[in-house]
Design a protein around this ligand. Structure first.
Ligand SMILES: NC(=O)c1ccc[n+]([C@@H]2O[C@H](COP(=O)([O-])OP(=O)(O)OC[C@H]3O[C@@H](n4cnc5c(N)ncnc54)[C@H](O)[C@@H]3O)[C@@H](O)[C@H]2O)c1
Length: 266
């Protein structure tokens, strides 16, 4: 009567899609890889941590998903080219890219060396640019799907693109850059049927966040203004990734989705 079979209708179905997730050995990247696989995507699990991505691939395979691991330092173009080539060799196409690999080493502004700044920009901003460009070139060759789409790129930025953080000058610059860059790319990719959106996570409980060089005082100060009075989980960000990766978000491009327990509206 409604033209679809209610029993087979699935929200955010990614069956037949191929996804690359960077920085996927742990933390949020791992959660994104597991979430996309759970929705039916074939996943390329990538990171500089070779042992870590092997574990994630095993986890996906145990749950009857399909995945491969490819080592890639996203600050190096040669390794990005290899990641894209390996993905195309194994799965024949790329539908989804989650740019997630990022670092956030605390350093006071007056002590921040040129090399400290350059390292964060190379991984958090230049790496996202190179990955998005390499994957968009591959996505261009995809057939249009039923929603007129060829691909979806999700850039993990941060609330640091919106509010300043002491000790994170380089990081705030990189994440603000990711949001601005994604808007510009969205304009050029929309006519090609490729969408690009960012997610701005707030304070999320990940290995990186608990090992960061933040002092207890800095951590307390960070949580105090969050209306929900807790850190978010990696899965709460992965849910937003899944939505943006799927056809359910087919009219969204150039957007920033804030997932932060209400932090930035306060
Ligand atoms: N945790 C938070 O509170 C928070 C908040 C907002 C945004 N973010 C962003 O979310 C993303 C993931 O953060 P997380 O907390 O899960 O981090 P994490 O440190 O727990 O994990 C990051 C992963 O990225 C990998 N990585 C680091 N440098 C890399 C490189 N050059 N190439 C490829 N992989 C590399 C690491 O090996 C690690 O497995 C980052 O972009 C981060 O800036 C985190």
């Amino acid at each position: 009567m409604f033209g679809f079979n209610r029993t087979t209708l699935k929200f955010c179905d990614l069956k037949g899609k191929v996804a690359i997730v960077t920085g996927a050995a742990k933390g949020m990247g791992k959660a994104h890889a597991l979430k996309l696989s759970g929705a039916g995507a074939k996943v390329v699990v990538s990171d500089i941590d070779v042992a870590g991505i092997g574990v994630v691939v095993e986890e996906i395979k145990k749950a009857r998903g399909e995945a491969i691991s490819v080592k890639c330092d996203t600050s190096k173009k040669s390794e990005i080219d290899n990641l894209v080539a390996e993905t195309l060799k194994k799965f024949g196409k790329i539908d989804i890219l989650v740019n997630n690999a990022g670092i956030y080493p605390f350093k006071p502004f007056l002590e921040m060396a040129e090399a400290d700044f350059a390292k964060v920009i190379d991984i958090n901003l230049k790496g996202y640019f190179l990955m998005a460009q390499a994957c968009a070139k591959a996505m261009q060759k995809n057939q249009l799907d039923e929603k007129g789409q060829r691909g979806s790129i999700i850039n993990i930025a941060s609330v640091a693109a919106i509010i300043g953080f002491a000790g994170l000058t380089h990081y705030c610059a990189s994440k603000g850059g990711v949001v601005a860059m994604s808007k510009a790319i969205a304009l050029e990719l929309a006519p090609l049927g490729i969408r690009i959106n960012t997610i701005d996570p707030g304070a999320i409980d990940t290995p990186g966040a608990s090992n960061s060089s933040m002092t207890d005082e800095q951590r307390k100060a960070m949580l105090a203004p969050i209306p929900m009075k807790r850190q978010g989980t990696a899965e709460e960000i992965a849910n937003a990734v899944l939505f943006l990766a799927s056809g359910e978000s087919s009219y969204m491009t150039g957007s920033s989705v804030v997932v932060d327990g209400g932090w930035v509206v306060g």
